[in-house]
Ligand binder design. Structure first.
Ligand code: IPE
Ligand code: IPE
Ligand code: MG
Length: 247
């Protein structure tokens, strides 16, 4: 069920958190360090947040690691980020596997080199049976790309029904079609925009923006975001009075 075809169940702990991990470059600049150092520290923040989400009972965590527009950055920085991603897939997966983390990668993989594509496939296959938490890494991901690829898959599978597809059918073809929609969206680093992240999936997600730079994002910062989430009234189009009656 989706937020527009039904009323999702609301729980105190978000089932799915989606994060734009922003501010690595500024974190480094503030310290007179190269941007790469900010990205390296950002990996530490990823470890902490995955662990803490698992402790809280969050079922899905989707992290924006590299957008379809991030190729526009200097080649040196793009190369460094690809190297970090490769390192994570080689070294972190064993630890994640031990901790029951299922890893999936969403985004257009076609632009990655063959070695990286094979590492992604292996990491996904190795952790496919894990159930503690599902960590979805968005890499070369764009929300518009996602909607177009879903539409293309649908038209290829059912050309005879062109013009009659339903929302649920399209949703199932999206990158996270098998997961509940994010309950909570967090963007660190002070910017208040979506930057082409999960455009479709965030339709009814609670949005939370913080000035904290991603490498400084600790367990307490996540707790604060969850507390803010717990104070929201998720109406999904209804009135407050209706909510009071139905609860
Ligand atoms: C986010 O940090 C990480 C990626 C986009 C890969 P930035 O690198 O965007 O950091 P700022 O926004 O320049 O501080
Ligand atoms: C969004 O951050 C992408 C990731 C965090 C991977 P950016 O730093 O690239 O976003 P803009 O360019 O400031 O919108
Ligand atoms: Mg940024």
């Amino acid at each position: 069920m989706t937020s527009t075809t039904g009323i999702p169940e609301v729980r105190p702990i978000p089932r799915h958190i989606a994060i734009i991990m922003d501010g690595n470059g500024r974190w480094a600049k503030l310290r007179g360090l190269p941007r790469a150092e900010g990205h390296r520290q950002g990996v530490e923040a990823v470890r902490r947040v995955v662990r803490h989400c698992a402790e809280l009972g969050v079922e899905h965590l989707t992290l924006f690691a590299f957008s379809s527009e991030n190729w526009r950055r200097p080649a040196e920085e793009v190369g460094f980020l690809m190297g970090l991603f490769r390192m994570m897939l080689q070294r972190e997966v064993t630890r994640m596997h031990r901790n029951g983390v299922r890893l999936t990668v969403i985004g257009d993989r076609g632009r990655f080199d063959a070695e990286l594509q094979s590492l992604i496939a292996k990491a996904e296959a190795r952790t496919a049976g894990n159930t503690k938490i599902c960590l979805n890494i968005a890499a070369n991901y764009g929300g518009r790309w996602d909607i177009v690829q879903a539409m293309n898959r649908l038209t290829r599978a059912h050309p005879e029904r062109a013009g009659c597809y339903t929302e649920l059918e399209l949703q199932a073809e999206l990158a996270l079609g098998w997961a509940p929609e994010p309950d909570l969206f967090i963007r660190t680093g002070g910017e208040q925009r979506l930057s082409n992240f999960l455009l479709w999936q965030l339709a009814y997600t609670e949005l939370y923006f913080t000035d904290t730079l991603w490498p400084d994002f600790r367990e307490e910062a996540l707790d604060e975001a969850v507390r803010s989430y717990q104070c929201r009234e998720r109406r999904f189009g209804r009135t407050s009075e209706q909510l009071a009656v139905s609860s």
